[in-house]
Design a protein around this ligand. Structure first.
Ligand code: ADP
Length: 214
């Protein structure tokens, strides 16, 4: 549906006087987007919300961008055709980039089935700002959970282009994080994501010295 090319001319990006490290020092953290990808029912939303809760409990500013919620507003004019899915992810990627620049720890919860779409978001962001987290669960596991009854409907032919059944899912090749929800519970996945953030320095403000170097 929507063209992804730019239709605007004569527009310039305005740099503000406040830098990203300035904002990050106020927040006491370094912005990042944890991009959760996986089949419907693999656990993306559950993990995203649980990580957000744990981070806020520790005094961090975290924000979940969730599939269904975004489709109620920003992307309500998009469906599930391959091109609409691509546009869906592109727009979310742009929002995640802005939120990351604002210094937030963003958790996105979208099936995002196409590798090229996820790679395009990675390319949009600075190195280290985009962290791909593969929420890995077998189709059998997801189907047996069937939280929203979607797999039953898809099997009955009532939902066309349903990922895993009648539309493809392309698993990440080199995700920074793999959360195997066949084997580990929600608490273990939360601990894994928080440990990653800690290890990569996202839970501390950048030092003045580091920001002076750029
Ligand atoms: P998605 O966002 O990937 O579609 P959801 O988080 O909405 O998935 O649903 C996953 C469901 O599976 C939830 O009801 C959750 O409680 C359940 N679940 C069972 N075991 C796990 C696990 N190990 N990790 C994450 N979710 C799990």
């Amino acid at each position: 549906m929507a063209s992804t090319g730019s239709r605007s001319t004569n527009i310039t990006w305005h740099e503000g006087h406040v830098t990203r490290p300035d904002r990050e020092r106020i927040l006491g953290q370094r912005g990042v987007t944890i991009w959760l990808t996986g089949l419907s029912g693999s656990g993306k939303s559950t993990i995203a919300v649980a990580v957000e809760g744990e981070l806020v409990r520790r005094g961090h500013a975290a924000y979940v961008l969730d599939g269904d919620n975004v489709r109620h507003g920003l992307n309500k004019n998009l469906g599930f055709s391959p091109e609409d899915r691509t546009e869906n992810i592109r727009r979310i990627g742009e929002v995640a980039k802005l939120f990351t620049d604002a210094g937030l720890i963003v958790l996105t919860s979208f099936i995002s089935p196409y590798r090229t779409d996820r790679d395009a978001v990675r390319a949009l962001m600075a190195p280290g700002d985009f962290v791909e987290a593969y929420v890995s669960a077998s189709l059998e596991t997801c189907e047996s959970r069937d939280v929203k009854g979607l797999y039953a409907k898809a099997r009955a032919g009532q939902i066309p282009e349903f990922t895993g059944i009648s539309a493809p899912y392309e698993a990440p090749e080199k995700p920074e994080i793999v959360l195997d929800t066949n084997r580990q519970d929600v608490a273990a996945s939360v601990a894994q994501v928080v440990a990653y953030l800690e290890r990569e320095g996202h839970l501390h403000a950048p030092s003045t010295e580091a920001s002076a170097r750029g």
